[in-house]
Design a protein around this ligand. Structure first.
Ligand code: HEC
Ligand code: HEC
Length: 186
C-alpha cells in the first residue's frame, strides 16, 4: 500500500490526501475475470452482458489514465455489438491492452504471479500478459490442444499503421478464439 501511495504522488493535487485517489481507483472492472471466462467458453451473449456491466466500473479518477481508460471503454463498446466468438475474443484482448497501458503508465505491478501457459489456463495467461505488460511468448505446443493454440499464435500478423491494437493482442485474441472453437459446444 505504501508503494502505491508513493507511485500516486507525482500526479497528485498535493492539497488532497493521496489515499483518497487510491480508494477512488479500486476496485475497477471487478468482473473482468468473468468476462475472460465467458470469452474462452464461447458464450457470446454472456460476454456482451459482462462487458456492459463492466463499463460502469471504470477507474475514472486516475489522472493521466483517461486515454487508456478510453481504450478499454472502446473495446467494451465493440464487445456489446460482437456477434461471433472471434469478435468477443478480439474485444477482450483489446480491452486487456488498454488495462496494460494504464498500469504501465502508473507503474502498477500485478498482485499475483502469471497463470501457467497450460491448456486450462492459457486464456488467463495471455490476458495477464496484456493487463500487466508481462512477457508473452508462444505456447509450449506439444499435445492437443496446445498444438492448436500454438498454431493460432504462430500465424503471421499483418498490422496496418492505423491499427489500435498490437501484435501481442492479436495473437492473444486468436488463442482465446481457439478455445471457444472447442468449448462453445460444451
Ligand atoms: C486508467 C488507469 C487504469 C486502467 C484503464 C486500468 N487500471 Fe487496473 N489499476 C490502476 C491503478 C492505478 C492500480 C493500482 C491500485 C490503485 O491505485 O487503485 C490498478 C490495480 C489493478 C489491480 C490490482 C488490484 C489489487 O488488488 O492490488 C487489478 C486486478 C487491476 N488493476 C485490473 C485491471 C483490469 C482488468 C483493467 C482493464 C479491464 C484495468 N485494471 C484497467 C489503474 C488502471
Ligand atoms: C481442440 C479442442 C480444445 C481446445 C482448442 C481447448 N480445449 Fe479446453 N478442453 C477440451 C477438452 C476435450 C476438455 C476435457 C473435456 C471437458 O471437460 O469438457 C477440455 C477441458 C478444459 C478445462 C477443464 C474443464 C472445464 O470446462 O472447466 C478447461 C478449464 C479448459 N479446457 C480451458 C481451455 C482454454 C482456456 C482453452 C484455450 C486457451 C482451451 N481449453 C482450448 C478441448 C479443447
Amino acid at each position: 500500500m505504501l508503494l502505491t501511495v508513493l507511485l500516486l504522488l507525482p500526479g497528485c493535487r498535493c492539497n488532497e490526501s493521496p489515499g483518497v485517489a487510491v480508494r477512488q481507483t479500486l476496485p475497477h472492472y471487478a468482473e473482468f475475470d468473468g468476462l475472460v471466462a465467458a470469452s474462452w467458453r464461447g458464450k457470446v451473449d454472456l460476454a456482451r452482458t459482462a462487458g456492459r456491466d463492466l463499463t460502469e466500473g471504470a477507474p475514472t479518477e486516475w489522472e493521466g489514465g483517461q486515454d487508456a481508460a478510453a481504450k478499454v471503454g472502446a473495446a467494451l463498446g465493440f464487445l456489446q455489438m460482437a456477434e461471433s466468438t472471434d469478435e468477443v475474443a478480439d474485444a477482450v484482448a483489446a480491452a486487456s491492452l488498454g488495462c496494460g497501458k494504464c498500469h504501465m503508465a502508473a507503474g502498477v505491478g500485478s498482485p499475483a504471479p502469471p497463470p501457467p501457459w497450460t491448456h486450462e489456463h492459457a486464456a488467463e495467461h495471455v490476458v495477464y500478459g496484456l493487463v500487466w505488460t508481462a512477457p508473452l511468448g508462444p505456447p509450449p505446443g506439444g499435445e492437443p490442444p496446445l498444438d492448436a493454440l500454438a498454431q493460432a499464435w504462430n500465424e503471421p500478423v499483418v498490422l496496418d499503421s492505423a491499427s489500435q491494437v498490437d501484435e501481442r493482442s492479436i495473437r492473444a485474441g486468436r488463442v482465446i478464439a481457439t478455445c471457444a472453437e472447442c468449448h462453445q459446444k460444451r
